[in-house]
Design a protein around this ligand. Structure first.
Ligand code: C2E
Ligand code: MG
Ligand code: MG
Length: 563
């Protein structure tokens, strides 16, 4: 009979025998040794260490209840609390019937009575439990993805389970991700990127095993960990430094954001969001790659949420105002006003005047930017109309176009309708599109820019040189005017190389019959050098800060542009 069921065992499984009594261990050992690989422990403490070390290869624990140092009940309780360990089947060895219910409640799968029955019965029970567990494991394979970590839904499910049993244990939610994953993908290939994710997944699995937690591969390069509170940041740093590849020079940064459980009892979605936020907002200046979600960051999130909530009301209340900054043509002996750039400001009832840097990125993530841009375009075209009517000045204005605007043709229609409604010619409105938008989704973006140009609108490429673009961009991308990033102007008076770079860009642009604009001009010397390098137009505090419409009108009067 023994041989019969043995044939159903494909390969030898490992069983841990936990009993303080040498005779019991020897008896069980003799019975099981022909069929299983065996590990032994004399008490709960030893058993826990052996379990942790061998969790991936262990198939079963045979557990005595009464032992010194740590008894079986206590060990069952600990195993129950750790999701990864709680799946390990345990058969309790007992002579006391009254413990049976309690053991079942604590997750034991079966009992073997002491003194031991006939070996056939014991082996049959053991084999049945292992088979049952194997079946369940097969089912659970869907819980994991290729990195060996939980998939989203199972992770969320197990976080809730863990929370039910953790009692007073303080938990951390940790978001882990790889910086510039997309770039790594492109530079080193998909295979390398996949291997990197696998390795990181493996390290996270090891980490959660040591920290009584669970890990999840959420999405692409994003992982989560839910584990007992980490007292020392170094433990996490070790995890991140553990991922290395000796066979390549690829450089990558793994970063982590931690949300430590507080009294606020946030639900899991919010805890994940807080950890992710901390991870995504690690300051560039910070040397380490671990960031905590603390009260400062919390304040920032609350403020951001508030700004998002308030945006529609602020739009209706007219709190967004357009400021105008002159662009000066420096080709003549004396600079002359050539056009203006419209820049949005939020006149907030509580926070005062806010720069676009504090809300534009937020609205861009959220789809609200299209609404705000349309409002800025409306105010700008209305001003152009008024200046023409009241002062007879044929000024050109440029407005900023968010990359998201380019995905919706309704925005093109909106611009054309505004121009018609206010009777302003198309030539009087330029559109500034930031350089990085050109690399977004090239086909869609280039087609959209093509449609804008076909409709007769002038395109300025904004912030040229700030991101990925190369000199090649000047000859291959569609635009009419090149606005060099402020970085070209900054320090041009101190750095000869920078001066020559500007000269090179200007010459190439001239060859392509494209006008060049330099931004961020703050001093006379910068202006002189830019003129010398051949730049056509400059914009910056040296001439004027961005001004509200009335002040800009006063500026035009002062400069004799209008009477
Ligand atoms: P940008 O389009 O490159 O605008 C130039 C920025 O440089 C403006 O910042 C301007 O105030 C600032 N600036 C001008 N002269 C100087 C100078 O001499 N020195 C220095 N240090 N800075 C100078 P601002 O107004 O804070 O706008 C920041 C960015 O926000 C803009 O960069 C633009 O990308 C975006 N933005 C502004 N208004 C809008 C808008 O209505 N729609 C969209 N989509 N984006 C906008
Ligand atoms: Mg601009
Ligand atoms: Mg710019």
């Amino acid at each position: 009979m023994i041989n019969e069921f043995n044939s159903t065992i494909n390969h030898r499984k490992t069983v841990l025998v936990v009993d303080d009594n040498l005779i019991n261990r020897t008896l069980l050992g003799a019975m099981l040794e022909p069929y299983y690989d065996l590990l032994y422990a004399e008490n709960g403490v030893e058993a826990l260490a052996a379990i942790r070390e061998n969790i991936s290869s262990l198939s079963l624990v045979l557990l005595d209840l009464v032992m010194p140092e740590m008894g079986g009940m206590e060990l069952l309780g600990i195993l129950r609390q750790e999701i990864e360990l709680s799946k390990l089947p345990v058969i309790v060895l007992t002579s006391e019937i009254e413990y049976e219910v309690k053991c079942l409640q604590l997750g034991a799968m079966d009992f073997i009575r002491k003194p031991f029955d006939a070996p056939e019965i014991i082996l049959a029970r053991i084999n049945r439990v292992i088979e049952l567990t194997d079946d369940r494991k097969l089912l659970e394979a869907t819980e994991h993805d290729s990195t060996g970590l939980y998939t989203r839904n199972f992770f969320l499910e197990y976080v809730l389970q863990l929370d039910t049993y953790k009692e007073d244990m303080k938990m951390d939610t940790i978001a882990v991700s790889l910086d510039h994953f997309q770039l790594i993908n492109e530079m080193y290939g998909r295979e390398f990127a996949d291997r990197l994710l696998q390795t990181l997944g493996g390290k996270i699995a090891e980490f959660v095993r040591q920290h009584q937690g669970i890990g999840c591969h959420w999405d692409a390069e994003q992982f989560y960990i839910y584990c007992r509170h980490i007292e020392n940041e170094d433990e996490l740093n070790q995890l991140m430094n553990a991922v290395t590849f000796e066979d390549t020079s690829a450089s990558f940064r793994i970063k982590a954001g931690i949300y430590s459980e507080q009294q606020d009892n946030l639900d899991i979605d919010r805890r994940l969001a807080a950890a992710r936020f901390a991870c995504d907002n690690i300051p560039l200046s910070q040397t380490g790659s671990v960031s905590y979600y603390d009260s400062q960051l919390h304040e920032k999130v609350m403020l951001m949420e508030r700004r998002l909530d308030e945006m529609p009301r602020a739009l209706a209340n007219g709190e967004f105002q357009v400021y105008f900054q002159p662009k000066m043509d420096i080709r003549p002996d004396e600079p002359v006003l050539e056009s203006v750039e419209a820049l949005v400001r939020w006149q907030h009832p509580e926070f005062g005047l806010m720069s676009p840097g504090r809300f534009v990125p937020l609205f861009e993530d959220n789809g609200l930017m299209q609404l705000l841009d349309q409002e800025v375009w409306r105010q700008t075209v209305a001003c152009l109309h008024r200046w023409r009517e009241e002062y007879g000045v044929q000024l050109t204005a440029s407005v900023n176009v968010s990359r998201m605007d380019l995905y919706n043709d309704a925005n093109l229609s909106c611009i054309l309708e505004l121009l018609e409604q206010y009777d302003v010619p198309k030539e009087a409105l330029h559109l500034e599109i930031t350089e990085s938008a050109y690399t977004d989704d090239e086909n869609i973006i280039l087609a959209a820019i093509g449609r804008l140009k076909d409709a007769g609108l002038t395109i300025e490429m904004d912030d040229f040189g700030s991101g990925f673009s190369s000199l090649n961009t000047i000859t291959s991308m569609p635009f009419d005017i090149l606005k060099m990033d402020m970085g070209f102007t900054r320090g041009i008076e101190k750095d000869e190389k920078k001066y020559h770079l500007v000269e090179l860009v200007v010459n190439l642009a001239r060859y392509m019959k494209v006008t060049t604009i330099a931004e961020g001009v703050e001093t006379q010397e910068q202006c002189r050098l830019l003129k010398q390098a051949g730049c056509d137009v400059v914009q910056g505090y040296y001439f004027s800060k961005p001004l509200p419409a009335e002040e800009f009108e006063a500026y035009m009067k002062e400069k004799g542009v209008i009477g």
